[in-house]
Structures are given as C-alpha cells and as structure tokens.
Write a protein that binds this ligand. Structure first.
Ligand SMILES: Cc1cc2nc3c(=O)[nH]c(=O)nc-3n(C[C@H](O)[C@H](O)[C@H](O)COP(=O)(O)O)c2cc1C
Length: 252
C-alpha cells in the first residue's frame, strides 16, 4: 500500500503527490493533513510512504511539521517530495529528509517539483503543466527500479545545508472584498490556522495567518485576494527575478 501523505494549502502539492501515487505501482491511500490532522496513519510493514510538502521561505512550513508529528515508521520505505514556486527550495528538501528519516523511515528517494507560486501566481503560472507531467512520469519510472533495489538514499547527496536557513514569514495577508463576500464560511472552515473569525470572515487574524493562500483558493465567490502597495512593489521585483523556468530535480 502506498500511503500518500501531504500538506497542501493551495492544492499543488496535493496535485503532484496524487499524480506520483497514481503513476507508481500499487494501491494508494491519501492522507490530507492541510486542515485537520489525521492521527491514525496505521502503517504495515511493506508500505511505501510518500510525504509531500510545499516550501515556505526555503523551509518546511512549521505547521506541516506539526501535522506530521504522529507519523512513526518502522523501517518502511519513504519517498520525500517538496513543491516550490520556482524561486528556490533551499534547505526544504534536506529538512524534510531529516524529519522523515528521524521518524524511522528508510528514504529511498527525494525530489523537488515546481508549481505555480501561490502568493505571486504570475510565477510558474499554470504549473504543474504537461512538461511537469512528463517529468513526473520519468520520476515514477525511475522509482519503480529504485524501489525494487530498495537502496537507502544517501541524504548527503540532497541539495541543502545544515544548519538550515533561518525561517522567515511573509508580511502580506489576504484581504476580503466586502461586496463579494457572502459570509458563507468556507474560508473559515478551510483555513489551516483558523485565522478567519466565524463571526466576521471579512477579517484575518494576521498574527496567526501563514499566508498559505488557501482562503483565496477555496472562496467560491472570488472574494479573497492579496493586494496593496507592498504586494504590488514586492511582486514586481519577485516576478522579474523568478520568471526563468526551473525544472524538477531528484536524488536517489
Ligand atoms: C509563505 C510562503 C512562502 C513561500 N516560500 C517559497 C520559497 O521560499 N521558494 C519558492 O520557490 N516558493 C515559495 N512559496 C511558494 C510555494 O512553495 C508554492 O506556491 C507551492 O506550490 C505551494 O504549495 P501548495 O499549493 O501545496 O500549497 C511560498 C509560499 C508561501 C505561502
């Protein structure tokens, strides 16, 4: 059984994880840790664990680490994936390898895939696209062989440094267009940090919002967005600096 475990506020890590799981040989079961923690991931001896997380500021989001805290391996094989928005994945893949290996898994492969940047969607717009799908397929074909061999990945080959880069937060938070918001409560329910108050969904608690953009993605009325002068200025430079297409990378 493939245990497909992912944290994916804006959905691209989930998309990539599901494509990989579907392309690998075997039946898979998904565990979406984005909104609620699913505690009971009961593993069997021969299971393959696929763990996928997005990159935030070159690291694994602390909330994703916390959601993974009940996961415990007993020598099962694991594939570790990070998904990033075409800037860089810095130390995130190495960090996730360290986390999963400390939990008792035998990592056989690690990979970084690219997706549309959730904060600046002009960057890597529309990704994963057809070329990414081809790369995902190449990866899974290679994986079939790697899994048969079962050799443990030498984590020192994975890109990244220890100590990992200092975590950073983004000083931008989604805003609500009052005229579009119907107070339907979808964003309240779906926010991974409960940063949107039920009584007043026009507000966002900026102390706990992690700018994951889930509210923007799930709003059925297109009422949530990022904006303001800081967003525009930061976006102009960010888009200019990160428009060159980056390709997936993998290690095994
Ligand atoms: C707070 C935050 C920080 C981010 N930092 C990075 C980064 O350091 N490098 C990068 O390339 N993309 C970065 N991104 C973009 C995400 O990694 C990218 O959009 C990813 O596809 C999101 O995954 P998801 O759709 O599964 O939520 C960041 C996104 C957020 C919300």
């Amino acid at each position: 059984m493939i245990r497909n475990i992912f944290f994916s506020p804006s959905g691209t890590s989930q998309q990539i994880a599901e494509k990989i799981a579907a392309d690998l040989e075997g039946i898979s079961e998904s565990y979406n840790l984005t909104v609620y923690e699913k505690r009971n991931i009961t593993l069997n001896e021969g299971d393959l664990v696929l763990v996928t997380c997005p990159v935030y500021a070159g690291r694994i989001p602390p909330l994703a680490i916390s959601r993974l805290r009940h996961l415990k391996g007993n020598g099962q094989k694991a594939i570790v994936i990070v998904v990033y928005g075409n800037r860089d994945y810095d130390d995130a893949l190495l960090e996730l390898c360290d986390i999963i290996s400390h939990k008792g898994f035998k990592i056989v492969a690690a990979a970084a895939f690219v997706a549309q940047h959730c904060i600046f969607p002009e960057v890597a717009k529309g990704r994963p696209d057809r070329l990414d799908d081809d790369k995902i397929h190449d990866f899974t074909v290679a994986m079939d062989k790697v899994l048969k061999k079962g050799t443990r990945l030498d984590i020192s080959k994975v890109k990244g440094n220890r100590p990992y880069k200092k975590p950073g937060s983004v000083p931008l938070h989604p805003l609500t267009v009052k005229s579009k918001c119907t107070k339907c409560g979808v964003c309240v329910k779906e926010c991974p940090t409960q940063a949107i108050p039920e009584q007043n969904p026009l507000k966002t608690d900026t102390d706990i919002c992690i700018t994951c953009c889930r509210c923007i993605n799930v709003c059925p009325h297109d009422a949530r967005h990022l904006g303001g002068i800081l967003y525009k200025v930061a976006g102009w430079k960010f888009i200019k600096d990160n428009s060159e297409r980056k390709e997936p990378e993998w290690f095994f």
